[in-house]
Write a protein that binds this ligand. Sequence first.
Ligand code: FEO
Length: 168
Amino acid sequence: MISEKIKNVLNEQINKEFYSAYLYLSMSAYFAQIGLYGFSEWAKIQSKEEIDHGMILFEYILNRNSQVHLVQLETPKFEMTNPISVFEQIYNHERSITSAIDSVANMSESDCDLATRNFIDWYLSEQIEEEAMVSRIISKLKAFGEEKSALYLIDRELGSREYERPEY
Ligand code: FEO
């Protein structure tokens, strides 16, 4: 059984992951509306992965014989001005998720909950990958994104992404 404090922070993290799914889904709609279908597909796949992240937490809480509390999701907030700005906003969002995961790690350590501390390691690694992935897209957009033909190629590249259920 996990402590009340750990249960609450894990439930909050489920909400953050599902909110992330919502954010990427609204990004996907924005990109489809401006004709960047590869970007749209990429964001849709990321949205699915965020749901997986939430579900892994969901299963963990139940496996620890504790309670899942699902609460209302916020409306996704970001300004849809141009692709670079959207990716910069998503990068900042991912950094805030990293910091939330860091808090779960610190809290489980101070609570001597070694199982949760071990469980959350996967999320720490996942956040490194996600920040790097988004940061690389920003760098490409900054280097070539002004050129329509280059944007077309980046769109094709992002559109080739395939959904993979996270290995946990
Ligand atoms: Fe599940 Fe993008 O953090």
